[in-house]
Ligand binder design. Structure first.
Ligand code: GLP
Length: 244
């Protein structure tokens, strides 16, 4: 039995508004909630909407905590392509969330196992993720959980596939600058969230969207595991829904 709710929107801007409604409802009922946040192009309309809604007095981020999905291995927080930098620029610098209440895996960690364990511990101490936001990669990756022979569990290091490095090179000067590995929450971390909201936009995501939710559950398509999550909402634009 599929528990996935699919909300279809006209375009990415409307996707952002529908996703923002989910965040607004949660934050207004649980002001100190824990958000799992994502990077990439897909969440940008949502982040713009959240900033606007706080400015309009509809949401208050001052007690919210957030844990990001992933970070490139080897990039410092002030590197313009790091995910920490992305979050600061596109969301955190414009809302009232407290810096100490935002965590992103440390791309420069000397002891990777300790960093990953501490990341999981912090989420646990906060009481777990209430709402996990996800985008999706063309190969079905969520966070940086690439296709694999088994589902990963907790936060860990992941080598990046050539497909993902190619897709993300648009943000770098050349493919050589795209890191070859990343730190990411595991599939287990994502599945532990109470609620999952996935944003999917663009015709280029139509095949993988269909495969993820209407194909077999397999670690070869990491997002397919979400078919087993009890509360998933996929918000997609018309282009991404074309094959559903
Ligand atoms: C990156 C991120 C993912 C994201 C994916 C898709 O690989 N690690 O979290 O979902 O890109 O990004 P976009 O939304 O730009 O297509």
């Amino acid at each position: 039995m599929l528990h996935v709710h699919i909300l279809k929107a006209k375009d990415p801007a409307e996707v952002g508004k529908l996703a923002a409604d989910q965040f607004e409802a949660l934050i207004n009922t649980k002001p100190a909630c824990v958000l799992g946040l994502a990077t990439g192009s897909s969440p940008l309309p949502l982040y713009r909407e959240l900033i606007a809604r706080e400015k309009a007095g509809k949401i208050d981020f001052s007690r919210v905590r957030s844990a990001n999905l992933d970070e490139y291995k080897g990039l410092a927080p002030d590197h313009p392509q790091s995910y920490r930098y992305f979050m600061q620029e596109n969301l955190f610098n414009h809302i009232s969330i407290k810096p100490e209440n935002t965590i992103v895996p440390d791309g420069l960690a000397a002891d990777v196992d300790a960093m990953c364990a501490a990341y999981e511990r912090q989420i646990e101490e906060w009481g777990g993720v209430d709402l996990q936001l996800l985008g999706i990669g063309h190969d079905g990756h969520i966070g940086f959980n690439e296709p694999d022979s088994q589902f990963s569990t907790m936060t860990h290091e992941m080598p990046l596939t050539q497909m993902t490095r190619e897709a993300n090179k648009r943000f770098f000067n050349s493919i050589d600058e795209v890191p070859t590995a990343a730190y990411t929450m595991g599939i287990g971390t994502v599945m532990a969230a109470r609620k999952v909201v996935m944003i999917v936009t663009g015709r280029d995501k139509a095949e993988i969207l269909k495969k993820s939710f209407f194909g077999p559950v397999t670690p070869e398509v990491p997002a397919s595991i979400l078919q087993f999550h009890p509360d998933v909402t996929v918000i997609c634009d018309e282009a991404a829904c074309e094959l559903l």
